[in-house]
Write a protein that binds this ligand. Structure first.
Ligand code: SAH
Length: 219
């Protein structure tokens, strides 16, 4: 991929990205680091070429294997909720998918660990991280419900697929003061922020959500 493809032309141009930024700001995203990072991240390389012209619309898009790249607003909101005035050193993501959320995080925190249960998606995401020269991302093929013990504890954990309940093993890998942000529930999902405090886990509902379900095992 050459630099022109990365920068984008026409519907994937800088102008299209600026429009998305305006939309995110109007929707209430105020963290300037998050906004700036999303301005600099070429979302069009995370979707199939046939969908590139819609890459800067504020919508989820299909990425194959029955999965979707998350809506930009949700990526921004979840990243904001994860940082929330803190400076996490290590973040675990469950559900690499296209790798877009991973790439946004990797520009904001020193180390990102991401797990995906569909091999084809993970391989594509890895090649995108290389294209963008994001070398602070470690990925793993597996079931994210069990977390990634080897690098625990994490200052932040983010789920980009919705479980009925957040698996206990993920809370166990959350550092003191750490935050976990996840869509939770079945047909009626909520975006929830959890914080590990001295008194235990504090839960805060942020909004409604609509994510693909978190599934067991690998494909
Ligand atoms: N952040 C991604 C979201 C992709 S959709 C993006 O914006 O592209 C959610 C992803 O979670 C899918 O790729 C799906 O395969 C993955 N997933 C679902 N359950 C999982 C599990 N138990 N472990 C790891 N990945 C999982």
């Amino acid at each position: 991929m050459d630099s022109l493809q990365l920068r984008g032309i026409g519907m994937t141009s800088q102008r299209a990205r600026e429009r998305l930024l305006t939309r995110l700001y109007e929707a209430g995203i105020r963290d300037l680091r998050v906004l700036e990072t999303m301005r600099n991240t070429p979302r069009h390389i995370f979707v199939d070429e046939a969908l590139a012209s819609r890459a800067y619309d504020d919508t989820a898009l299909p990425i194959g294997f029955g999965q979707t790249i998350s809506q930009p607003y949700m990526v921004a909101r979840m990243t904001e909720a994860l940082l929330d005035g803190h400076a996490p050193e290590r973040v675990l993501e469950v559900g690499t998918g296209s790798g877009y959320q991973t790439a946004v995080l990797a520009q904001l925190v020193p180390a990102v660990f991401s797990i995906e249960r569909i091999r084809g998606l993970l391989d594509l995401a890895r090649s995108r991280f290389r294209t963008l020269r994001l070398y602070n991302i470690r990925t793993r093929f597996g079931d994210g419900a069990v977390g990634w013990e080897q690098y625990a504890p994490y200052d932040g954990i983010i789920l980009t697929a919705a479980p009925a309940e957040v698996p206990a093993s993920l809370f166990a890998q959350l550092a003191p003061g750490g935050r976990l942000v996840a869509p939770v529930g079945g047909s009626q999902q909520k975006l929830v922020q959890y914080e590990r405090t001295d008194e235990g886990i504090v839960r805060r509902t942020l909004s409604d959500a609509s994510f693909v379900p978190m599934l067991e095992g690998t494909e």
